[in-house]
Design a protein around this ligand. Sequence first.
Ligand code: FAD
Length: 434
Amino acid sequence: MGKYDVVIIGTGPAGLGAAFELLARRPDLALLVLDKNQFSSGGLRNDCKMNFSWPIGFPDCCWTKETAEPYLRRVEDFLEPIILEKRNLSVYARRAEKIGVSLLEIRQSHLGTDGGLELIKRLVARLEGLGAEISLGERALSLDAEARVLRTETREIAYRDLVVAPGRGGFSFLQELMSAASVGFADNAVDVGVRIETRREHYPIVSDYYDPKFLFPKKTRTFCTNSGAAHVVQEKYEEKDGSAWYSVNGHAWSVAAGAAGTSARPANGLVNFAMLKTVTLTEPLASGQDYARMLGIQAALLGGGRPIMQRVGDFRLGKRSFRERFSGDLYDFEPTLPSATPGDISLCVPAKVMRALWNAMKLLDTIVPGLLHPSTIMYYPEIKLYANRPVFRDESFMALPGLYLVGDGAGTSRGITAAWASGLRAADGILARL
Ligand SMILES: Cc1cc2nc3c(=O)[nH]c(=O)nc-3n(C[C@H](O)[C@H](O)[C@H](O)COP(=O)(O)OP(=O)(O)OC[C@H]3O[C@@H](n4cnc5c(N)ncnc54)[C@H](O)[C@@H]3O)c2cc1C
């Protein structure tokens, strides 16, 4: 059986943050990093826009401003991002303030999906150079937390410390692991919303601020804006019975400057972003996750197994969208996720969520006039699933002696930089105990 000082599951930002920190401070550690995929599968790989300002990406259950900011500085020192310029923010901020909306001014960088892939390759090579063993294409299956043995598809591995960072996509793995290891958890919050796609001229703020963060009443916010060569995509969630549902998401390639051999793409003149509402459930419903899954399954039922898309023009008239009339005349651009089903999102979005989303869209249209052009598309569902939030034993996200749960999957982050920071926090805990 292989034996390591530290094993890390996941090569997303949380896993990488922990790995680099551990080896930087203790190069003698025997460290193994596993990933079921050949590349990290999360946001490093998709669009890779990084936010370097509190509170973006930091759930307030795990972080205060005072805790987060020193970690953010460490993340920034390591990643050395090129921070994007922002212009004319005071104009938008003034309009927002007048109607009870906040515009957060965030330090951001943006690599694009292709740039993110390059970054991942560089980071993995650098980590190997520091002496880490990296095993890609190896899926972790289960854990004997007492014996400190991890079982993967191909072997059993003994460890002293295990950092589990499987991301949102690994939420069911993490869930099973927590149940098997008797880690206590809470599960009550979920983000539900739509992804909006429109012409760039209907949301021109993106020329001044790449990913503008607006906070609206009723815990509703803009999230993950993409422009340039921007596309809406779908993420598949498989159920135990083999059925599946989809959540939408978005990303952008860096825009082609004409250089041969680059993977950049031509700009498509479109913008997409999510409008999300956080739903926090109270008694008697125990599982926010189950609620979110039911919403996803219901959308798949009405969308013939696919996400639903509807033009704002149809939505305002209370009419569903149809495939044969989806484009043409005022509906003057093709959807970038054409496999979505034209339909009626208000048949499946819960009324309270729909009211909050639509109210936020109207407010946003006042701040950035044009957004509610009839051609604008709303895709549903965009759901952010987090594993049940573990009960941690200390500040370093230790759930059991030798077991650290970090990143988006464990609910300790909601973005690349915060995920990296959560990995650093686990590494700090491990190093303090050595
Ligand atoms: C399409 C998309 C676009 C996004 N864009 C952005 C963005 O631009 N900016 C931003 O800040 N955030 C973005 N996000 C969110 C961002 O991806 C996450 O916040 C961040 O990646 C979380 O980091 P993580 O390390 O927790 O998980 P991840 O980055 O998801 O990494 C988890 C890794 O664990 C591996 N894994 C899972 N289960 C197992 C297992 N059982 N065994 C072995 N390996 C396993 C996965 O393959 C994956 O590589 C985006 C997310 C998506 C899905």
